[in-house]
Write a protein that binds this ligand. Structure first.
Ligand SMILES: Nc1ncnc2c1ncn2[C@@H]1O[C@@H]2COP(=O)(O)O[C@H]2[C@H]1O
Length: 320
């Protein structure tokens, strides 16, 4: 019954690539969920093998957890998470569906909501309270009202990348795996789906974790340049870093001519951002070229260990 409106939001799946979660361990929740009928991950074994990152397209799919929300719940949802980026990209039918598939959870302080290494079954949005994220025993960050977590395992069919613990009593909304994949992957997480193959295949990004790659994908934009177009001009102020998805570009410098030719999976534009200097060369598309661009603030925040590799590979060291 939901078919026609869902199909507008789901990207059609053309990829045949699949990844399988290796973890099969049952997830444990260390504090009883007070919400009847909602088991969190407890005693749950989810089979996720054979799914790709592409959003699912189950033509005859009906959500398992569909419960019309009462007016009081709807009002709270609208004011707390209705304006969240996850939901404001949805058309009204999809938004209504997602909202009605959300399950309410009251989580006591100190509850382990997600355990690193487990399989994923739910995605969570925080209405109130704070949670912390623990990777390999170290607290890496925390988040509060309006944030969300638990998407990585559902997107990439990977084991949970972090343990998530309630720092305070929390009021959460949980979305089941299939509804997440069916609706949110094709809309709210579309950029991650779009850039996944590119980022995974870029040699300089190999040191990034799944989490790092996901955050990076959120910050990217796409541009297409036709043959002959100048992408970067020597002497200009640099604002973007570029990853080449496909195409070909030349790098030329006044007085030196052609320095190099760049192709698929190469990058450029890093020197001005790394050293805070003007553009050191001109980059021109010689074929139709599709690039993913990352702005200055994203470059500083999101490239993580890849920045060190960029510094080591600084090409200006060779030709200056
Ligand atoms: N630094 C981090 N590394 C990994 N996961 C994180 C981090 N910070 C927040 N998270 C969230 O913690 C979640 C744990 O479950 P997932 O791997 O499904 O998805 C993960 C992210 O949503």
């Amino acid at each position: 019954m939901f078919k026609s409106s869902f199909m507008d939001n789901a990207q059609s799946s053309s990829s045949s690539s699949t990844t399988s979660a290796s973890a099969t361990a049952n997830t444990q929740i260390q504090s009883e969920s007070p919400t009847p009928g909602l088991k969190l991950n407890a005693e749950r074994r989810t089979s996720v093998s054979g799914e790709s990152l592409q959003p699912n397209t189950f033509d005859d799919w009906t959500p398992d957890h569909y419960h019309e929300k009462d007016p009081e719940q709807l009002k709270r949802l609208e004011s707390s998470i209705g304006t969240n980026f996850l939901f404001n990209k949805l058309d009204s039918d999809s938004k209504r569906l997602v909202i009605n598939c959300l399950e309410e959870k009251h989580i006591p302080k100190d509850t382990i909501i997600i355990k690193q290494g487990d399989e994923g079954d739910y995605f969570y949005v925080v209405e109130s309270g704070n949670v912390e994220y623990i990777v390999d025993g170290n607290t890496v960050n925390s988040s509060g009202a309006g944030s969300s977590f638990g998407e990585l395992a559902l997107m990439y069919n990977a084991p949970r990348a972090a343990t998530v613990k309630a720092l305070t009593d929390c009021h959460l909304w949980a979305l089941d795996r299939l509804t997440f994949r069916k609706i949110l992957l094709g809309s709210s997480f579309k950029k991650r789906v779009m850039y996944d193959e590119l980022l995974k295949s870029m040699p300089i990004l190999q040191s990034l974790t799944t989490y790092d790659r996901a955050k990076l994908a959120d910050a990217l934009d796409t541009h297409i340049y036709e043959a002959g177009e100048v992408i970067i001009k020597e002497g200009d102020t640099g604002e973007n870093f570029y990853l080449i998805e496909y195409g070909e570009c030349t790098v030329t410098k006044e007085g030196k001519g052609l320095l190099t030719t760049l192709k698929d999976r190469d990058y450029f534009g890093e020197i001005a951002l790394l050293k805070n200097v003007p553009r050191q060369a001109t980059v021109t598309a010689t074929k139709r070229t599709k690039v993913a661009t990352l702005g200055r603030s994203g470059f500083q925040r999101l490239l993580g260990p890849a920045v060190e590799i960029l510094k080591v590979q600084d090409p200006t060291a060779k030709h200056d």
